[in-house]
Design a binder for this molecule. Structure first.
Ligand code: COA
Length: 227
């Protein structure tokens, strides 16, 4: 059986998930290390070969998404928490998984938070499913790895969206999501008090969309700036 054209499939899926004003790019993780910028290479001096390739692939995707928004290419360095420092006026998110990477980007005047996650759907062990799924999500998941992977993926996208603004280190059980398979959307049902009041007050404005792509699941999470 031939391998699916994941890049094409992931691109088509992402195009259908992102809201207006968000650009995206996907790509394979390169097979060899070839940094675009010395300053980025300096940040990964002690990293292993695969991590370097993953970083390079993610940076390539996010630079393409930023270029599509009209921003010039340039180095994107991580801060002390590992969060990329986006060019002024922009906000973005990167994910890599099993040979592929993707990024989304928008103007920070349009979106205050963006998250993206890409996961394989066949990797969570029963113990990991237990750690990921909130008791209130169990009636949806019913022990199924594919559904638990969606919950995991959406929570990782949410974590990446909130962290740059609120720096909250949260566990998976601190967030309870409701899934609407028919619309491909999730909503926040509950956020633990660990999250700051400002973020909890925005819970019903946090939007999620997801898609299954062969044996991947991809989730996008965003918070629009107030009009
Ligand atoms: C940081 C974390 C979200 C990364 O997710 P991952 O699935 O392991 O890896 P991905 O490839 O999808 O994403 C990695 C990218 O996310 C970005 N990133 C890393 N840390 C981040 C953070 N704290 N906030 C926002 N983005 C972050 C980076 O761009 C990174 O890629 P890069 O280092 O090449 O630039 C994850 O490792 C983590 O620590 N999660 C915390 C637990 C959690 O998610 N709980 C859910 C609570 S609701």
């Amino acid at each position: 059986m031939s391998t699916p054209d994941y890049r094409h499939l992931l691109s088509s899926a992402l195009a259908g998930l992102i809201p207006r004003g968000v650009e995206f790019s996907t790509g394979p993780i390169p097979e060899s290390v070839d940094f675009d910028y010395e300053r980025e290479a300096d940040c990964l001096k002690t990293a292993g070969e695969y991590r370097k390739c993953e970083f390079i692939g993610g940076r390539e995707c996010v630079r393409a998404a930023l270029e599509a928004l009209g921003f010039p290419r340039g180095p994107i360095l991580p801060n002390a928490d590992g969060v990329p420092v986006w060019p002024d006026g922009t906000i973005a998110a990167i994910s890599h998984s099993r040979g592929y990477c993707a990024a989304i980007a928008a103007k920070s005047s349009d979106y205050s938070a963006l998250g993206l996650d890409l996961e394989k759907t066949d990797r969570l062990s029963p113990a990991a499913i237990e750690r990921t799924v909130h008791p209130g999500e169990q009636s949806f998941v019913q022990g199924e790895q594919k559904k638990a992977s969606l919950i995991f993926c959406a929570k990782e996208a949410f974590y990446k969206a909130q962290f740059p603004l609120w720096q909250t280190h949260a566990n998976f059980h601190d967030l309870e999501l409701a899934v609407d398979i028919a619309s491909g959307e999730l909503t926040v049902r509950n956020m633990a008090e660990r999250f700051p009041g400002e973020l909890r007050a925005l819970a019903d404005q946090i939007r999620f969309r997801f898609s299954y792509v062969e044996d991947f699941v991809i989730s996008v999470c965003w918070l629009k700036c107030r009009d």
